[in-house]
Ligand binder design. Structure first.
Ligand code: ZN
Length: 114
């Protein structure tokens, strides 16, 4: 859990850097091809949208990377990284349907030999 100022602790920042390394997430910027990213020490709150509320009822606490060349930002779930526990109600929405995997013709239609 981030500190009282909402900043990542040293251990949490290390967890995030290790997560990026483990996931091979050190790719060039998709906008400019820049090779360097800065990670902010604040988590970012991505709110869900709601038509009658200033902020949505749910949020996704996120770690943000910013390309040092063009400023493009990439957001990663702090929950997924193990930095935060899921806020109440998080991920309670629609689950994407699994794609039906077509099965190859089975061997049972092959004629028996012998
Ligand atoms: Zn960039």
């Amino acid at each position: 859990m981030p500190d009282a100022e909402g900043k990542l602790t040293k251990d949490e920042a290390a967890t995030a850097f290790k997560w990026f390394a483990d996931k091979s997430a050190n790719k060039p910027c998709s906008m400019c091809g820049g090779q360097h990213w800065d990670m902010d020490d604040n988590l970012v709150r991505l709110d869900t949208w709601h038509p009658r509320l200033q902020n949505g009822p749910l949020c996704f606490p996120s770690v943000v990377l910013m390309c040092t060349t063009c400023g493009h930002m990439a957001f990663f779930s702090a929950v997924h990284m193990g930095i935060m526990t899921p806020p109440a109600g998080m991920f309670s929405g629609i689950t994407a349907p699994e794609k039906e995997v077509s099965k190859p013709e089975s061997a049972q239609s092959e004629p028996s030999r012998g």
